[in-house]
Design a protein. Structure first.
Length: 137
């Protein structure tokens, strides 16, 4: 693998983790949303990543990652009896999202550490390239 491809690989990882952090923040922002029906209630969203392969060399290792899509959590929504709530349905229930804040915090830490790891890889590759250039002096 060329040393320059390392930058592409690290950049794809940073991009994927940035998108993951956006989904985590969206989940956390909507954790307290309330709805009167199951269909309208926010559901936690998680990214689906896909490995990028080198198209010129099918036997080569992966060259990065990208977000292939987003899936909604199939965990049950929280149904709460609150007949006095303005959004309560005719039976007196409101529905809250299936966002688990502990899980979202763990996802946030994991994504930020993965992002940080990719930046360190890019910095190490930069230092190696500079050291290689200095060898010719």
């Amino acid at each position: 693998m060329s040393l320059f491809k390392i930058f592409d690989t690290a950049a794809s990882g940073m991009s994927a983790q940035s998108l993951r952090l956006n989904l985590v923040s969206s989940n956390m922002a909507n954790a307290d949303a309330v709805s009167s029906s199951i269909e309208q209630t926010y559901r936690a969203r998680q990214p689906v990543f896909q490995t990028l392969l080198d198209q010129t060399n099918p036997d080569a290792a992966s060259t990065g990652v990208r977000m292939a899509g987003v899936v909604e959590s199939q965990a049950p929504l929280i149904q709460e009896f609150a007949p006095e709530h303005p959004l309560a349905n005719e039976e007196g229930y409101i529905f809250r999202p299936n966002v688990n804040m502990v899980e979202e915090m763990a996802n946030m830490l994991s994504a930020s550490r993965s992002y940080q790891g990719n930046t360190e890889v890019a910095n190490a590759a930069k230092h190696l390239l500079l050291a290689t250039l200095r060898m010719g002096q």
